[in-house]
Design a binder for this molecule. Structure first.
Ligand code: FES
Ligand SMILES: [Fe+2]
Length: 362
């Protein structure tokens, strides 16, 4: 039976809101959120992860579950081993684990022939780079086949602002909100951002980029009053990349502002969004408290509407995809589908995005 027009518009919706992209790097935390000696429990792609940092600064991540009787290791504490190394001690029977997951001691064991090192908690691969802690999420113990993404514009500077928020939806729906250009005038109505009056038609060029697409460098929309504070002729480039990263890189001559949004699935109905802003722009450093306030407000505004949306998503209602305003959402669906297909068929990823100009009113 030929697909009807409305079927075509609903392209991909059956897959929406289901599953995760495994064997991928996700932002587990921002470096500043994890001090040496601290334990940071997180749920990521449904798995319980315990993040920690050794006294010498290395980040580690273990399954947050004691293999003895499933007590969260995050309820325990860190103790110092005989060689000064960090050990994680379970609060129930005091089993201790090294930061690579190998058991170091089972206090109740009186059998001298028992080798405690045969007991292990599974460890996750983690990489800390440019102030971000990336975690490799795999279901089949696959080793990373690519490094964490390199995001241009982060040059080791301390972030200007970090904000996290939990959206009560599957990561797919959170991402559709992230790549949606049409909700701004309705959801984000701050006086300093844009006038809530007339929308304007925008036309932007897009190209395929690694695992995603890029809105190529252009002058940011004049309606952004905050941008105008920064000075003349800025150029901004916006990149989306699987599994759930979007960054906006604003350049003013030698200086830049980079705003990264990282979506990390918590469960199949919760997503943590981490928003980080870096800048070497002097005026913005000075305005840091204002920037932090603005970032929080933005995230909260999205949270209000996404929470309202979450009410009926469990029924997987069909979505309508209309015009160029929804094209980035369609691309996300296509990218996800191609990513899953290429992994399933053990072949190279072929980016489904074709360079084109998109026009919408917002
Ligand atoms: S449950 Fe962890 S040591 Fe027994
Ligand atoms: Fe938004």
């Amino acid at each position: 039976m030929p697909a009807s027009r409305s079927d075509a518009r609903r392209e991909g919706s059956a897959r929406l809101g289901q599953g995760f992209l495994w064997n991928s790097w996700y932002v587990a935390a921002v470096s500043g959120q994890l001090a040496a000696g601290e334990l940071l429990p997180r749920q990521i792609l449904g798995l319980r992860v315990l993040l920690g940092r050794t006294p010498t600064g290395e980040v580690w991540a273990l399954n947050d579950r004691c293999p003895h009787r499933a007590v969260p290791l995050s309820a325990g504490r860190t103790v110092r081993g005989a060689r000064g190394e960090d050990l994680i001690e379970c609060p129930y029977h005091g089993w201790r684990f090294r930061t690579d997951g190998v058991c170091a001691s089972v206090p109740a064991n009186a059998d001298p022939d028992f080798t405690v090192e045969t007991i292990r908690v599974s460890a996750f691969r983690v990489v800390e780079t440019h102030g971000l802690i990336w975690i490799w999420m795999t279901q089949d113990r696959a080793e990373p086949d690519h490094p964490p993404p390199v995001i241009p514009g982060i040059v080791g500077r301390k972030p200007l602002a970090v904000a996290t928020i939990a959206y009560p939806v599957h990561v797919d729906h959170a991402i559709l909100g992230l790549v949606d250009p049409a909700h701004g005038p309705y959801v984000h109505r701050q006086w300093w951002w844009r006038k809530p009056t007339r929308a304007r038609v925008k036309s932007k060029a897009f190209v395929a980029s690694p695992l995603g697409f890029t809105m190529v460098g252009h002058a940011p929309s004049e309606s952004g009053r905050l941008y105008r504070l920064l000075g003349a002729s800025p150029v901004t480039e916006i990149v989306f990349r699987l599994p759930g990263l979007r960054w906006e890189h604003l350049r003013l001559g030698a200086r830049s502002v980079l705003a990264l949004s990282a979506m990390t699935p918590v469960t199949d109905h919760e997503t943590r969004m981490t928003q980080i802003v870096w800048s070497d722009f002097g005026a913005l450093r000075f305005l840091a408290p204002l920037v932090r306030f603005a970032v929080h407000r933005f995230l909260q505004e999205d949270e209000v509407v996404i929470t309202a949306q979450s009410r009926d998503l469990k029924d997987s209602p069909p979505f309508l995809w209309v015009g160029d305003a929804d094209q980035q959402a369609r691309w996300y669906v296509q990218l996800k589908r191609e990513w899953l297909a290429s992994r399933g068929e053990d072949r190279a990823f072929v980016n489904p995005v074709k360079a084109r100009r998109l026009s919408w009113s917002s």
